[in-house]
Design a protein around this ligand. Structure first.
Ligand code: HEM
Length: 320
């Protein structure tokens, strides 16, 4: 072998080693999350959280979409480590994009019930992911196994949500880039957007589609009803994200989009790209439940803290 060939082989070997080590490091945290993480330390944890969520949603049905959105806003900022739950000064929940987040009391209630049975064992980050799954199931969606073993972060910074979360004004390629940074591909992104099968948006997130000039792609009857709900550009009321079945977790959200009836601009732009458009079609029906579940499992692995990193909070609003 010549000298230059030897050098090439050497360089290739270094690249391969770096690639393998990088791959290992990026998967290391994921590998340590398991289904049944608390089987010995808190065997009833999932039942306790499900019961607590059932009570919370029974007394306030808006808790279901509220908690699901919390899980998303947690994972996209610093990873799924419950930073969105912290009450510190200048924490994430004070960021403008998070101003309408809600459902925190339901997480407090679930945490209190879990602490009673198994003090100091179950992280708030895991409770949030279990509760999000339960919110989907309790509104009619398909269940999935939640991988657990996350620990709670101690930092939360008001400046970060604005740079990490997607906006409803983004183009489909901008949305894809934001999700790619969280290890989520087009199929994951479209399935996860199906969360907008439940819950509401405040008028401020849609009035740019209505005033001063209406988005010409909005069908006339939908435009009229959006304007009735948001009579001026400054309206502060809310609209259902899914006009067909606003309180049921199902695939009608995708049917809306196919018919140009997505509420947010970021819902409707999913038809603008051939890949996301074909995923919209693929989610419109019985496959949605499985596709959504798979995407939630991937999202819920993002930058988790494991082993000795972070802590297990006793109150989800405060670090130890
Ligand atoms: C694709 C990018 C996304 C954008 C641009 C987006 C944007 C929004 C906006 C503007 C609202 C209304 C907020 C308000 O009125 O304060 C909203 C609501 C909501 N989002 Fe998203 N979202 C996206 C993806 C997701 C994902 C991935 C999830 C969950 C996995 C999710 C879950 C929800 C839920 C459940 C609501 C209703 C909240 C409630 O009723 O309180 N969204 N979203």
């Amino acid at each position: 072998m010549g000298e230059s060939q030897g050098t090439l082989v050497g360089v290739a070997a270094i690249f391969l080693t770096v690639a393998v080590v990088t791959l290992y490091m990026s998967n290391a945290a994921e590998a340590d999350l398991v289904v049944g993480h608390y089987a010995n330390s808190c065997p009833t944890v999932e039942t306790i959280i499900a019961d607590s969520m059932k009570n919370s949603i029974a007394s306030d049905s808006t808790v279901a979409p509220g908690v699901l959105r919390l899980a998303f806003h947690d994972c996209f900022v610093r990873g799924c480590e419950a930073s969105v739950l912290l009450d510190k000064a200048n924490s994430e929940k004070t960021a403008p994009i998070n101003v309408n987040l809600h459902g925190f009391e339901a997480i407090d209630a679930a945490k209190a019930a879990v602490e009673k049975a198994c003090p100091g064992v179950v992280s708030c980050a895991d409770i949030l992911q279990y509760a999000a799954r339960d919110a989907v199931v309790l509104t009619g969606g398909q269940s999935w196994d939640v991988f657990a073993g996350r620990r709670d972060g101690t930092e939360s910074n008001a400046a970060e949500p604005a740079t990490e979360l997607p906006l409803q004004t983004m183009t489909v390629s901008q949305l894809l880039s934001v999700f790619a940074l969280k290890n989520l591909n087009a199929a994951h992104m479209v399935a996860l957007s199906g969360s907008h099968s439940i819950g509401v948006a405040h008028c401020s997130f849609v009035t740019d589609r209505l005033y001063p000039n209406a988005d010409s792609s909005i069908p006339a009857d939908l435009l009229a009803s959006m304007k009735a709900s948001c009579p001026t550009a400054a309206a502060t009321t809310q609209l259902n994200l899914d006009e067909q079945t606003p309180n049921t977790f199902d695939s009608k959200y995708f049917d809306n989009i196919i018919n140009n009836r997505g509420l947010l601009a970021s819902d409707q732009v999913l038809l603008d790209d051939s890949l996301t458009a074909s995923e919209v079609q693929a989610n419109n029906g019985a496959n949605f439940g499985t596709k959504f579940a798979q995407a939630m499992v991937v999202m819920a692995r993002y930058q988790v803290l494991i082993d000795n990193a972070g802590e297990i909070r006793t109150n989800c609003r405060n670090t130890l």
